[in-house]
Each structure stands twice: as C-alpha cells, then as structure tokens.
Design a binder for this molecule. Structure first.
Ligand code: SAH
Length: 283
C-alpha cells in the first residue's frame, strides 16, 4: 500500500554534547578486516536526530557543517535536483560513519572502505539512488522503505529523513553492529536495523513504498518485487547482461494499476549481493 499525503519533514536533533568522539568507533578501516561483534538488539530510540553545526573529528577540528555544504554543492552540480535529498545530505554527518583515519575524506565525492571488504558509496551515487527512489509512481512521500545492505548506516540515516519508517538489513554481523554504534549519536526513531539475508527482503513489514539495495546481484530477487507496494519503486544495482562483469542501476516500478515497469540506467559499481549471513569474530 502506498503512503499518501505530505512528507513530514524529518530533523536530526542532536546536540554536540550528545556526540561521542569520532575516534571511538569503527573497527577495521580497510577491506577484508575482521570486525568484532556485539550481540545487542537493534531498537529504535525515542528521539529524532539533529546534526551538530560543527563536530571535532579525531583532532582535525573539522567544521563538519561547512564541509557538508560543499559536498552538497558538488552533489547538486553533479545533477541532483531533489531538494529533500540535498537537505538530508546537508544534515547527516557523514564523518560519523567512516573510519577515523579516513575522516578527512568523509566529505569528498569518493567511496570509502567501511571494513569487512565493503564500501560506502560516494555521495553523488547515494544522492542519485535516493532521488530515483523518490521519483516513484506513487509520489515522493515515502512511508515504509527497505534498505538492503546497511553497511556503515550512512544511507539508512539519510533515508530516515525521507521516509516515515526505514528497515535496513545487513548480512554481516560486524557491520550490523557497527552501523548501530555509528547511528547511536543520531538516534533515528524511525529506523529498525535487521541482521539477516536481504535477498529475501523483510516480509514482516512489507509492503514497502521503496526498496533500495546497496549491493548488486545477477538479477532482482523475486522477494523484493513481491514486497513492493502498488506505486512503489525498487532501485538496485544489477548485472548488466548475463555473464557481464558490469552492473547497471535498475529501477522497477509496481504501478498503481498493477503493471510492472522496468528501466535500466547508468553503469555503476557496487559490492556483490551475497547469500546468507556471517557472524564471524576476529581470529
Ligand atoms: N548503504 C551502505 C552501503 C554498504 S555496502 C552504507 O551507507 O554504508 C553494501 C552492503 O550490502 C555491505 O555491507 C554488504 O555486506 C551488504 N550486503 C551484501 N549482500 C547482502 C545481503 N544478501 N543481505 C544484506 N546485506 C547484504
């Protein structure tokens, strides 16, 4: 079922006092590092988050608001015209989601390693996918959204400013735990983190107005199509042709009248959509 009505403007009320130092988080900044795990449950917290005006980062004295606004300018120049996407990108502190050693690159238009061989996409690509998601047949107001591949939690935080409820699923326990830790200072009340295999979607909260994947498979799993609401849209990287190493962005719309419409867009490069879950600890 699609959600009608005006989107509520989400804010990120976070005071600087609530913010832990950037150095406290991420284990392993580079590909294929094992991450420690902590078996705590993902619970939404009561308050909506707010971005601090400035945040000291690992001794860099980073003025995060001005870095973010320059990042937003670049994303706009890159072609993003969705004011709400630009707004949330100006609000969410991307540097909270990257390894302290990479914090100086947090606002560059570059993808960065987040541990366990995974990467956070570059801001212009994140913006492109979010804008595509909002351009769904049912209109830009998003009710429930499912994100496949929580990773470090950055895109999930952005989605929380664009949708009423966000469900984000991650197959690597180390990253699922890390995302929860990264998101703690922001405390999005409308986010639920799920540890599991996103190839089967997430049935309990279906249908979704939007499904967005940060990992690319050979094709779009049938479960994602099944869990899309009428008027809903799915955006994902997918293999461009059988046997090809290339990926393209695919958009699948479930039209309100029941028809299905698919569009293929530009070439992209995302991590693979893998099967099953992994809960490994460092050796
Ligand atoms: N949106 C993320 C991007 C993370 S990269 C961010 O902002 O950081 C893509 C993520 O997809 C990786 O963390 C990877 O582990 C995850 N992934 C790959 N296959 C998956 C699957 N079947 N189910 C859930 N997550 C998966």
């Amino acid at each position: 079922m699609s959600e009608a009505g005006t989107p509520r403007r989400k804010r990120f009320p976070l005071s600087l006092d609530d913010t832990r130092p950037v150095t406290r988080r991420l284990v392993g900044s580079h590909a294929n590092l094992p991450a420690s795990t902590s078996p705590t449950a993902a619970k939404p917290s009561p308050a909506l988050p707010q971005v601090p005006a400035a945040l000291p980062a690992a001794g860099h004295g980073l003025d995060s608001a001005s870095f973010r606004s320059r990042m937003v300018d670049r994303v706009r120049l890159d072609g993003c015209q969705d004011a709400d996407v630009l707004r949330v990108m100006g609000e969410v502190p991307r540097h909270l989601f990257v390894d302290p050693a990479l914090v100086s690159q947090a606002y560059e238009d570059t993808s960065l390693p987040i541990g366990l061989g995974q990467t956070i996409s570059k801001p212009s690509v994140v913006a492109r996918m979010l804008a595509l998601l909002r351009a769904r047949p049912g209109g830009p107001s998003l009710g429930r959204v499912l994100e496949i591949g929580t990773g470090c939690g950055y895109q999930a935080a952005l989605l929380c400013g664009l949708a009423r409820n966000v469900y984000s699923i991650e197959r690597l326990k180390g990253l699922h735990d890390k995302a929860r830790e990264n998101l703690a200072p922001i405390r999005p009340a409308n986010l639920r983190l799920i540890f599991g295999d996103g190839r089967v979607g997430h049935g309990p909260n279906a249908p979704y107005d939007g499904i967005i994947s940060a990992a690319g498979g050979l094709d779009v799993p049938q479960a994602w199509r099944d869990q899309l609401a009428p008027g809903g849209r799915l955006v994902a990287p997918v293999q461009s042709a059988p046997g090809s190493a290339q990926q393209v962005l695919i958009v699948v719309d479930r039209m309100p009248d029941g028809r299905w419409v698919e569009q293929r867009h530009e070439t992209v490069r995302f991590v693979p959509l893998e099967s099953g879950t992994r809960d490994h600890r460092p050796a």
